[in-house]
Design a protein around this ligand. Sequence first.
Ligand SMILES: NC(=O)C1=CN([C@@H]2O[C@H](COP(=O)(O)OP(=O)(O)OC[C@H]3O[C@@H](n4cnc5c(N)ncnc54)[C@H](OP(=O)(O)O)[C@@H]3O)[C@@H](O)[C@H]2O)C=CC1
Ligand SMILES: CC(=O)[C@@H](O)[C@H](O)COP(=O)(O)O
Ligand SMILES: [Mn+2]
Length: 397
Amino acid sequence: MTTGTNAPRRLSIFGSTGSIGQNTLDVIQQLGGRESYEISVVTGNENVELLAQQARSTGARLAVTASDSKYRSLKAELSGSGIAVAAGAQGLAEAADIEADWVMAAIVGTAGLVPTLAAARKGAAIALANKECLVSAGDLFVEAVLKGGGLLIPVDSEHSAIFQSLDENQRHAVERIILTASGGPFRTWSRAEMANVTAATARAHPNWSMGLKISIGSASMFNKALEMIEAKHLFSVRPDQIEVVVHPQSIVHSMVGYTDGSIIAQLGSPDMRTAIGYALEYPRRPKLNVERLDFAKLSRLDFEAPDEKRFPALRLARTALERGGLQGAIMNAAEEVAFHAFVDERIGFLQMADIVEAVMDRMAGTGGAHTMDDVFAADTEARRLAAELVALNEKAA
Ligand SMILES: NC(=O)C1=CN([C@@H]2O[C@H](COP(=O)(O)OP(=O)(O)OC[C@H]3O[C@@H](n4cnc5c(N)ncnc54)[C@H](OP(=O)(O)O)[C@@H]3O)[C@@H](O)[C@H]2O)C=CC1
Ligand SMILES: CC(=O)[C@@H](O)[C@H](O)COP(=O)(O)O
Ligand SMILES: [Mn+2]
């Protein structure tokens, strides 16, 4: 995990062109940029102009686009730079293979699983923004990190908050973890009002500026559903120890409840750079230029119970946690298909949960998650079933 006494740490940013990726590069810049760190790899997908710009400004050794069809334009953008270029699944495998001490896992969706797993197996410290890795591969992913000898440092704001609030010496006294949820743009809306919303409305998060998938997930609360499962694997807690509370201001990022009744929370402005900086410099805290909370100006902090009738995703997460095995992989895969179908206007907003639930129920008898092949097979079958349901829905409409 270290390169030697004085050598700069080598960092790879998977998903550097996205919201988390750009925030990561901002944090790296704030903390000294090329004077402090060496950038091994930057990866993106469609946005090769930005990727090339990032590769040049960071002096990365390798730039990878996940899209085979973008290889030539990335190559052209970086001609004469001396930066190696690769593409597709092979390119992502190369990205994971290059020596790195720390990897930001910020590719969106299940596409992030294979390269992140490969980097974990090589022993890099994994700063995990991509929650889908853990929801899908769960304990197998954690095992790979442990076997690789690296660290797993949560970046998701709630899990970073819990990580920061968990005292390892008090582990035995952890009673519950409390995930905060903003409630998204439809927090107060009825199901009838949500029925016809568009992706443009659903993606408008009240507090955070994020990529499309997670923003839609906040609106449907599937983001919180994924986070419940992510929490189980990160913190080895029982499902009944995981609570969700709606907190519309997104100032309290999450909390840990202890057996003496104490609650330890982490608070801050809704800015992912704090969690990213914490993961980058862990166990030290860096000095970051992010907005400071002014308690005199915060008029109020509200908390309310989540409504699982209006937001069934939370109930589905409980079901997945209770059923265990491959249900996380199944829920994750079906949700990804349903998300794309909603964005493509093939299904309505409320149908996302209907489809995920139907796929989970149909696959409730699937065996355990013993190997990664089990995970990939469950993922494939869940996607097939979800796609079938999307098509059926279109026919009926
Ligand atoms: N945004 C946030 O504040 C938070 C995000 N997260 C998690 O972090 C992850 C990233 O989120 P976010 O930054 O918002 O997402 P974005 O959509 O903003 O960025 C996604 C990144 O993944 C790349 N990408 C897209 N499709 C593929 C693919 N098939 N293969 C490889 N790379 C691909 C994109 O490339 P390109 O843009 O070039 O097409 C981009 O670099 C998600 O798992 C999310 O849940 C967690 C907490 C907060
Ligand atoms: C920044 C972050 O971690 C997101 O997951 C964010 O918290 C989404 O908020 P909600 O899902 O609570 O709306
Ligand atoms: Mn989160």
